[in-house]
Design a protein around this ligand. Structure first.
Ligand code: NAD
Length: 333
């Protein structure tokens, strides 16, 4: 199958592309290779993908409509997996504008060209952060999502909304996937596991927000990749209405929202303890208040995804941390 993956030099996009290539698909990657974090990491991921003969690549910002249209029209994708975005909650306090450009204008361009080319399934990244200050745990797709805490979360919520409208008017089949704190080899340097590991190894203090009183549904990258893979052929269709309990399928459009998470609570302090254990070294701790824009807890309910695809997350946080650290120690020598 011909598949475009946006954000292919990013953490999740790299793993998704690699898996698709390994199973014989043709993949065209799109990425701006921006310097939000260490560009060498993006270059290293891209050079691995470049080794596959079925991989091609366009370096462009997705907000550049002309470039996006050109790449898409040339490749003619059947499926589009849209993962390019400006991620990160903290940076969205410093630079909100970047989020509007990448996540709103950029995503608009991707949906628009997917409509023009009659793409059979557009899968787009949303985030657990759209659940914002919701108190009801675990988070379910049909829960209200009215209280985004950051600009980042707000752009993801707008993507869901814009996607639904497109799906309604032009019948573009769209699945929005809400990822829950993804981690693993080749991960993102601005995220907790990476920062904790680096801090501990360099004898630097690590910042622990809300004095450690928070938990996350940490989801190992392979489980995310498997969730996306299983979804490719599960194109939403209003004929499926009534088929699944608590379905988030739109009653009027081929549009559905799905959580992809591990469905387990992991307290931040237990997460840190495990990193210390594997590294054989104690962290110097800097307890801090909750960061602006951040949430204290996330936990997914993935029953709907399980019913639709038989998704079954396999990696617990201890195994996942070990795999990340094996990669980290080797990569950074
Ligand atoms: N990692 C997580 O825990 C997590 C959780 C929820 C949602 N998500 C979403 O998943 C997607 C992938 O996240 P990731 O963790 O792999 O992040 P990442 O930053 O590693 O990957 C994003 C990639 O997109 C590229 N990019 C950013 N802005 C762009 C633009 N305007 N034009 C073209 N390319 C651009 C970047 O260069 C990067 O390579 C994002 O949409 C993110 O919001 C991630």
């Amino acid at each position: 199958m011909k598949i475009i993956v946006t954000g292919s030099s990013g953490f999740i996009g790299f793993h998704v592309s690699k898996k698709l290539l390994e199973s014989g698909n043709k993949v065209h990657g799109v990425d701006s290779m921006n310097n939000y974090y260490d560009i060498n990491l993006k270059k290293a991921r891209l050079s691995i993908l470049n080794k596959y003969k079925n991989f091609s690549f366009s370096k462009t910002k997705i907000e550049n409509k002309k470039n996006v249209d050109k790449a898409f029209k040339k490749f003619k994708p059947v499926v589009v997996i849209h993962l390019a975005a400006q991620a990160g909650v903290r940076y969205s306090i410093e630079k909100p504008r970047v989020y509007l450009d990448s996540n709103i204008t950029g995503t608009y361009n991707i949906i628009e060209i997917s409509k023009t080319l009659d793409v059979k399934h557009l899968i787009m990244a949303s985030s657990s952060s759209v659940y914002g200050a919701n108190k009801k745990i675990p988070f379910k797709e049909i829960d209200k999502t009215e209280t985004q805490m950051s600009i980042y979360a707000a752009t993801k919520k707008s993507n869901e909304s814009m996607a639904h409208a497109y799906s309604n008017i032009w019948k573009v089949p769209i699945t929005m996937v809400r990822f829950f704190t993804v981690y693993g080899p080749w991960g993102r340097p601005d995220m907790a596991l990476f920062k904790f590991t680096k801090g501990i190894l360099n004898n630097k203090k690590i910042d622990i927000y809300n004095n450690g009183k928070m938990y996350r549904d940490f989801t190992y990258i392979d489980d995310i990749v498997s969730g996306i893979n299983l979804l490719i052929k599960k194109v939403p269709n209003t004929k499926q209405l009534g088929k699944y309990k608590d379905d988030s399928l739109s009653p009027i459009a081929p549009f559905r929202i799905l959580n992809i998470g591990n469905t387990k609570k992991v307290y931040l302090l237990d997460f840190i303890k495990e990193i210390e254990k594997v590294l054989g070294k104690k962290a110097k701790r800097n307890y801090m208040p909750l960061q602006k824009g951040d949430v204290k807890q996330t936990l997914s309910n993935t029953n709907l995804l399980k019913k639709i695809t038989r998704y079954n997350p396999k990696t617990n946080f201890k195994t996942g941390i070990r795999k990340f650290l094996d990669w980290y120690l080797e990569y950074y020598n």
